[in-house]
Design a protein around this ligand. Structure first.
Ligand code: PMP
Length: 310
């Protein structure tokens, strides 16, 4: 007797299938960029999951919790303001769930990003280039308030399910592989990766030092914090978590893109290189210990930058 093939699994079943493709990323040793064998550096290759970046974790958790609570379903549209990895992650995941996505973007967002999002079926709502991402956030919020029956506002800068994805996911994966780590370093965008991972690590072992990293100028993916004093600090940021802040210069991050490629065989994004720059700075200050960081994505979406560096 032939078995019946289930062609239309429920949304919950499809969420279960997607869950298998989120997280559990490899923790790679960084071996050849520093000389002290008593200092170990490990970096989580976050491109090794659905949609190719660390933002798969936050986007999936935001969507999963919203579906579970009945705020998001096939007849609603997920709305947020982002042209970056979160937008790509929302679009990839929502598509598999039959949920539509609308994103508010400043009209001067890069053509490369617009094309990726359009090819994933995103409805792009353009905002003025003068208002930048702040205006795009405002417009998204206003639209969601005006049409609550149409939109679910995902709000990655304010949604606790962003940092919780790292509290329950990233941190637990690190603890499983390197339970004796001494330092965790991560750059600040929405701050979800840093806040969520650090909170859990420090809860398990308060001696772990957590270091928040910021670029000197907005660097791809680390724009959440933007220009230090003038920025709107993301609502999910908790200033009491970081033991220390490090600033990384753009030239140093770019130098690390080249070094990681030449010495470690890793072709990564600017924010990944900035994290490694931070880890190396720490490595130079200590005589022994284990440092863990993340590589938010690889170089695929940064061809213009990579062309100039390599
Ligand atoms: N790097 C890249 C490439 C990113 O897209 C992001 C997210 N904006 C980050 C780093 C920062 O991650 P988070 O939002 O969790 O702080």
């Amino acid at each position: 007797m032939a078995h019946e093939v289930e062609t239309y699994p429920t949304i919950e079943a499809r969420i279960g299938l997607i869950a298998r493709q989120i997280g559990n990323t490899p923790l790679l040793p960084i071996r050849y960029l520093h000389a002290n064998p008593k200092v170990k550096i490990y970096a989580k290759a976050e491109w090794s999951q659905l949609s190719g970046s660390v933002k798969a974790r936050a986007a999936f958790n935001i969507i999963r919790q919203a579906v579970a609570q009945g705020h998001l379903h096939e007849n609603k549209t997920l709305l947020d303001a982002t042209s970056g990895n979160t937008g790509i992650a929302y679009a990839t995941i929502a598509r598999e769930l039959g949920i539509s996505v609308a994103l508010c973007l400043p009209e001067n967002a890069s053509i490369e990003r617009k094309q990726i999002l359009e090819s994933l079926g995103v409805n792009i709502i353009y905002t003025s280039k003068f208002g930048g991402t702040d205006e795009a956030q405002e417009v998204a919020k206003e639209l969601a308030e005006k049409y609550p029956e149409r939109y679910f506002y995902a709000g990655q800068y304010t949604n606790d399910n962003n940092w919780k994805a790292h509290y329950y996911g990233t941190a637990e994966e690190i603890l499983k592989r390197q339970p004796d780590l001494n330092y965790f370093v991560a750059g600040l965008g929405t701050t979800g990766t840093f806040v969520g991972t650090s909170r859990r690590l420090k809860e398990v072992n308060p001696d772990i030092q957590v270091v928040a990293l910021q670029p000197d100028f907005a660097l791809h993916g680390l724009e959440g914090w933007k220009h230090l004093e003038t920025a709107i600090v993301p609502q999910i940021y908790d200033a009491s978590v970081a033991d220390r802040h490090l600033e990384i210069s753009t030239p140093r991050a770019y130098e690390l893109i080249k070094l990681l490629y030449e010495k470690e065989g890793l072709l990564v994004s600017p924010s990944s290189a900035a994290n490694i720059a931070g880890a190396l700075q720490l490595a130079n200050e200590i005589t022994e210990g284990t440092i863990v960081t993340v590589l938010p994505d690889n170089a695929d979406k940064y061809s213009e930058v990579i062309k100039k560096i390599l």
